[in-house]
Design a protein around this ligand. Structure first.
Ligand SMILES: [Zn+2]
Length: 241
């Protein structure tokens, strides 16, 4: 069963990667066959099996021999591992959808530095479904929407600290997470985001003023909070007492 769950996650990762790359290049991401980014040859089934194709082709295009970015392998592996992790935590189908929608938003934000409306719309429906499934009361839901997005909006007004896309994603995610888990999610996201910026600054690729895609950090924070939220709160309370 775990193998099937892993393969499913890897396929989803592969799909998300494809959508993000096509979106960044302004291509139609719903229809159209995949092709090599270098020589343009349409790819067959042999080239498109997640992880296995990459290994078998030794990371090179079968037709022109051009190296395929390791990113494909990395994202497919991430998808597979993420899927396994959620399976072990007995995540529901809606929780799967929630996490993978955030994964898609993170990648598109990373590639294009924007969060398109169609992803927000998907996230909205998934988040509402999640609130219903988790039986959240109205206070939890309204609290979840405003508790992080309001302070973020203020910061955005004052110094453009966050992109408006990030603010909207946080507000929408709050519907399904509720205010308690939203707080946990945002703290984890901030920690991860700082770590991420620090690493990029150390590598010398980013000055303190350049734009940072925060979507990746939100994905990590909100996914962890959804799956491990209760444990994180419990662990924190033990730490303070
Ligand atoms: Zn090629």
């Amino acid at each position: 069963m775990r193998t099937i769950v892993f393969i499913l996650g890897a396929c989803l990762g592969s799909l998300i990667n494809l959508i993000s790359i096509r979106y960044a290049n302004g291509e139609n991401f719903v229809w159209g066959r995949s092709h090599c980014r270098n020589c343009g040859t349409p790819l067959g089934v042999v080239d498109l099996i997640p992880i296995i194709s990459f290994m078998m082709l030794k990371g090179k295009c079968r037709h022109c021999g051009k190296r395929i970015s390791r990113r494909y392998l990395l994202i497919e592996l991430c998808g597979g591992l993420l899927s396994c992790g959620m399976y072990l935590k007995k995540a529901s189908a809606i929780e799967y959808l929630f996490v993978f929608t955030l994964f898609l938003i993170a990648l598109i934000d990373f590639d294009s530095l924007e969060i398109p409306y169609f992803t927000m719309l998907i996230l909205f429906f998934v988040s509402v479904a999640l609130a219903i499934e988790r039986n959240l009361n109205p206070i939890e839901i309204i609290g979840g929407v405003v508790i992080i997005s309001l302070p973020m909006s203020l910061i955005s007004f004052i110094n453009n600290g966050f992109g408006w896309g990030d603010v909207i994603v946080v507000a929408i995610s709050g519907i399904g997470l509720g205010y308690r888990n939203s707080i946990v999610a945002f703290i984890v996201a901030l920690l991860f985001g700082s770590l991420q910026s620090l690493m990029i600054i150390i590598k010398g690729k980013l000055s303190l003023k350049s734009v940072m895609p925060f979507g990746t950090a939100l994905f990590v924070g909100y996914s962890l909070a959804l799956i491990y939220g209760q444990q994180i709160i419990h662990w924190y309370l033990q730490l303070v007492n």
